[in-house]
Ligand binder design. Sequence first.
Ligand SMILES: NC(=O)C1=CN([C@@H]2O[C@H](COP(=O)(O)OP(=O)(O)OC[C@H]3O[C@@H](n4cnc5c(N)ncnc54)[C@H](O)[C@@H]3O)[C@@H](O)[C@H]2O)[C@@H](O)CC1
Ligand SMILES: [K+]
Length: 564
Amino acid sequence: MTELLTAAQMRAIEQAAIESGEVTGLELMERAGRGVVEAVFEEWPDLAKAPHRAVVLCGPGNNGGDGFVVARRLRDKGWTVEVLFFGEADKLSPDARKTRDVWAEMGDIRPLTVEEAATGKRPALLIDAMFGTGLSRAIPLELANAHHAVRKRDVGDSHPWLVPFHIAAVDCPSGLDCDSGHFLMPERPTETGDDDRNFERSWAWWQDDASRRLLRTDLTIVFHRKKIGHVLSESCGAIRVVDIGLGAEDLHPAHLKAPRMPDQVIELDFELPKGRSSRIWPGRDLDKRFGLGRHKYDHGHALILSGPPGQTGAARLAARGALRIGAGLVTLGVLSAAQQEVASQITAIMLKQVKDAEALANVLQDDRLNALCLGPGLGVERAREFVPVVCGGVEPRPTVLDADALTAFEGAPETLFHILHNTCVLTPHAGEFARLFPDIAEKLNAPATKGPAYSKVDATREAAARAGCVVLFKGPETVIAAPDGRCSINSAQYDRAAPWLATAGSGDVLAGFITGLLARGIDPMSAAETAAWLHVECALSFGPGLIAEDLPEELPKVFRNLGL
Ligand SMILES: NC(=O)C1=CN([C@@H]2O[C@H](COP(=O)(O)OP(=O)(O)OC[C@H]3O[C@@H](n4cnc5c(N)ncnc54)[C@H](O)[C@@H]3O)[C@@H](O)[C@H]2O)[C@@H](O)CC1
Ligand SMILES: [K+]
């Protein structure tokens, strides 16, 4: 597990380190620049073998200051280095001014314009050191165009694809808001005073203009810790985190030891930072639970409700997931008309007829049923009828609400929030999220023009606070939040990319995984985190060709590899 930072937290940590006298800002900048060069050589060993040409684009802040260090270090290794600079030397911070001045004694500094960027042979390496964590609005179009112009430079008679060319971004691709992962967009033109045709034209211009600011990168070299935006974005290429010696973590309150502070955001990667013992990894709970209890009822009994005939597959997938992840017993609640269909396809899973709300209330008399799942293939009518039954009562059980159980409350989400209790887990994908939290989705989807922009972390936290329970907001990066502000991100991007996980029924299995862990007595936040992480692990372990049925079947292998 690693803690992700906001840009402000990163600045506070840096500031605290400098004020403690441990390190100077200039030393940090030197380490950052050196780290970039080392990371580039590790990523592309061929570049380390002989000197090549590099173009370094330096911006007006400390990100640009890092760029000057990179330029110097590459030159020291015999590289041909062109430095293009946007800004005024007199306005640089003292540290960036220093690195700029040292470079100025060994090489030229040309203005960062499209014309200059287009001039010369295409380099083997483009370093984007224009903006880092200090970006506050969309990058100037001229700079984005200059970045494109370097890529388009002449490669002589060869086909451009055959000539090595890599882009490395210093701290983040310029234009990315490190808190949200959004690329900051220019302000939209206003309609005032324009006739419709003019507006259409300026709107088209805006979109084109905005889209040109998305800068491609192959590698992003991040300092100290990933920022939330790195994980929420899909645009960093590969990510390498460089240690710049800010290891003393308790310099900042955000780094205080577990229990987690509500404002922390955790990445579920389970790589323990060097030199520290296991702090929090949700699997710890799982480990403990596997060692306990001898009777199947000690491992919990999950009830998963299914829907009409012909639509029972989703609930069966969830049931299989719940059983494989370790629930002692799993029962499917079926309509009598669907009983035959379900019975012919299951073995270890039990069946119970649940015709209507009254029948459900009767089934729930059995207090050994300790975790419930409603939604996959349930049908919205049945969901509307059942959700109040499962959520009501004196001691409502931990309950996962997914798919139809969420859609059923479109247009009246307040009704749902009113009956939810704090051991519920909602698992919406983007569409379901927008149905339950339309205003939050609108804020999230609006083009971001200023940093720090509203992020999926903000949206999920706000949703969890409003619903009063854990919300797991699905996507390539799944964000999980509790009403008290605890938050984590489970990424299926970068080195954990598993695009084949986007397959029919995969969400149903996830709902089943969470339900199974709830049945084992794991708290809702940990159950959601562990399930989400294992879900991606199963997909990675299986590989391409995966279908939803394979996910539960892959669990035993994943568990073995975890040493469980
Ligand atoms: N925080 C740390 O611990 C360290 C930070 N370092 C570097 O410093 C960077 C942060 O430096 P800064 O805070 O100076 O921020 P940046 O270098 O990201 O840029 C901020 C500057 O750009 C201007 N600016 C912001 N958005 C603009 C826009 N759209 N158009 C034109 N100008 C714009 C700001 O007014 C400010 O002058 C990090 O990303 C990293 O590269 C490293 O030197 C090492 C240590
Ligand atoms: K950058």
